[in-house]
Design a protein around this ligand. Structure first.
Ligand SMILES: Cc1cc2nc3c(=O)[nH]c(=O)nc-3n(C[C@H](O)[C@H](O)[C@H](O)COP(=O)(O)O)c2cc1C
Length: 202
């Protein structure tokens, strides 16, 4: 069990604490230490969640990449808000983050797309993410067609694929303690961009 979370010694804003926890968690959580649950709200008001990979974060927000026409992309078009959840079982830690979501600038999405392996780049063109397929053959056929189309060329980023950035309004850090009397520290962003900090009951 890790040391307790103490609001009297906690930083005044959450980013440094998040970075410390994230960097401590990464080596302990192979093979996908950057996996986080992303929850969105559909046009019908119903929630859905799936795992995506955290690709970058700083004071501007947390970035993930996906298909803009996917179910999550459609959800974010209707309701540009989301929740992210990290669970790090090796340390018995959880971080919940909620906020508003916007598309990454196209130059930033282009730059990230260029770093992806060629097969993943072709996959981004070939997979109509979240749409029904007739069968695996349909996907394989699309992969073959896009491989032929881009043979010998640099593959551009598809217009339907790119990044999103979540700008947090709430960060909650949860650390297990004995007897289920866990520590929970909640940071909430104020209108003047400073952060309030309070302890929540477990
Ligand atoms: C470990 C892991 C990492 C994933 N990373 C991503 C990702 O970064 N981007 C993405 O679009 N889907 C990723 N997926 C797939 C999503 O969970 C999901 O199946 C897909 O995005 C379609 O979701 P949607 O239909 O709700 O839009 C990942 C799945 C797993 C299990």
């Amino acid at each position: 069990m890790l040391p307790p979370l103490d609001e009297s010694s906690a930083p005044h804003q959450p980013w440094g604490l998040f970075r410390d926890w994230y960097e401590a968690a990464r080596p302990l959580h192979p093979p996908e230490p950057d996996a986080m649950a992303l929850a969105t709200v559909g046009a019908d008001g119903r929630p859905s969640a799936r795992i995506v990979l955290l690709k970058q974060f700083d004071d501007e927000g947390l970035v993930f990449h996906t298909h803009y026409d996917s179910r999550k992309g459609e959800d974010l078009g209707h309701h540009p808000v989301a929740a992210l959840l990290f669970y790090w079982p090796a340390q018995l830690r959880q971080v919940r983050i909620e906020g508003s979501v916007s598309r990454l600038e196209s130059e930033a999405s282009d730059a990230y797309f260029k770093t992806r392996p060629r097969d993943s780049q072709i996959g981004a063109w070939a997979s109509p993410q979240s749409r029904p397929l007739q069968g695996r053959e349909e996907l394989d056929g699309r992969l073959d067609r896009y491989s032929a189309r881009f043979a010998g060329q640099t593959i551009p980023r598809p217009p339907h694929w790119g990044g999103y950035r979540l700008l947090p309004l709430r960060f909650e850090f949860w650390q297990a303690r004995p007897n289920r009397l866990h520590d929970r520290l909640l940071y909430q962003r104020r209108a003047d961009q400073s952060w309030s900090l309070e302890r929540l009951a477990p």
